[in-house]
Write a protein that binds this ligand. Structure first.
Ligand code: C5P
Length: 294
């Protein structure tokens, strides 16, 4: 096989409960994670050495190849499998950068999946998750990109199945946010926080899922709003436009989301937001209850 394509769906934390900083420099967390129907696209073609080409709407916002997570994922897989094979990698960046929706992590995970196939390494999803853990806290959950309850620093993954498809509108105000800085602010505000121990119960029913999500929040919201006041304003705007929606910060921000009842409500909200904020990135998307690849 000489060409392999892989999609890198956006990672969405439906809940994010964070505890105080641990001795390892990371915060223990609990998070219900699902994946959107939108994402970046990767293509891998057999080549004598590794190269990385980046394009797409947000491609120009990315730093050079060697510190890109895709590059680091490819090198990590080469090292683990002792392969000298190369690949010409193309990354089409459709997702905003440093946006709290795991773009870089999803790209790295897609690179592990795609190159595992291209190079016929034969590693299992579990093996890939182990390599992923060395690349970043959010990379393991992106390997299989299906609903998971994530714990530890992000490396402990329990399936949540069944879980329904949900409709959401994602909005990014064009502000890049450093995850590290938001966690540092969280320490200023929230040191001493403990995990609430609330694990979501699998369900097929949308109303039952939404009722559970209403009880769960994102612990980083206050810190992210302090980092960038535009985030608080955006959360308030979403709630004003659709008072029935579940409005949440995505990850460490600055993307915010409104989870709505159906596709029609998502389209209506998307159109209203695009009319109000022509400069913002606004998409209506399905948050998948299952995963169609791997
Ligand atoms: O692992 P990753 O590089 O994606 O994490 C970025 C930063 O976010 C880390 O350096 C750490 O400061 C913070 N972080 C954390 N606790 C987590 C995940 C990330 O403190 N569970």
């Amino acid at each position: 096989m000489s060409v392999v394509c892989a999609s890198a769906p956006a990672k969405i934390n439906l809940s994010l409960n964070v505890a105080a900083l641990g001795d390892d420099g990371y915060h223990p967390l609990q998070s219900l994670v699902v994946f959107a129907a939108i994402g970046d696209d990767l293509r891998f073609e057999s080549a004598p050495k590794l190269t990385l080409n980046i394009d797409g709407p947000f491609g120009s916002n990315l730093a050079g190849a060697s510190d890109n997570l895709v590059w680091r994922a490819a090198r990590a897989l080469q090292e683990t499998t002792n392969t000298t094979l190369g690949a010409a990698i193309s990354l089409t960046k459709n997702l905003p950068i440093a946006a709290g929706i795991g773009g870089g992590s999803a790209d790295a995970a897609a690179a592990l999946r795609g190159l595992n196939t291209l190079w016929q390494c034969g590693l299992s999803p579990r093996d890939l998750e182990d390599i992923a853990a060395g690349l970043g806290a959010d990379v393991p959950v992106c390997v299989q990109s299906r609903p998971r309850f994530m714990r530890g620093r992000g490396q402990i993954l329990d399936d949540i199945s069944p879980w329904p498809d949900l409709y959401a509108v994602l909005v990014n105000p064009g502000i890049a946010i450093s995850t590290k800085e938001v966690f540092a602010r969280f320490d200023d505000f929230g040191a001493g926080n403990v995990l609430n121990g609330l694990a979501p119960k699998p369900t097929k029913d949308v109303d039952a899922a939404l009722a559970q999500l209403a009880m769960l929040d994102n612990s980083l919201t206050q810190a992210a709003c302090a980092q960038s006041p535009a985030i608080g304003a955006l959360l308030a705007t979403l709630a004003r436009h659709d008072p029935t929606a579940l409005v949440r910060l995505c990850g460490s921000g600055a993307t915010c989301m409104a989870i709505v009842r159906n596709a029609a409500a998502a389209t209506q909200l998307k159109q209203a937001l695009r009319a109000e904020f022509s400069q913002y990135w606004v998409v209506a998307t399905l948050l998948r209850g299952t995963c169609s690849f791997i």
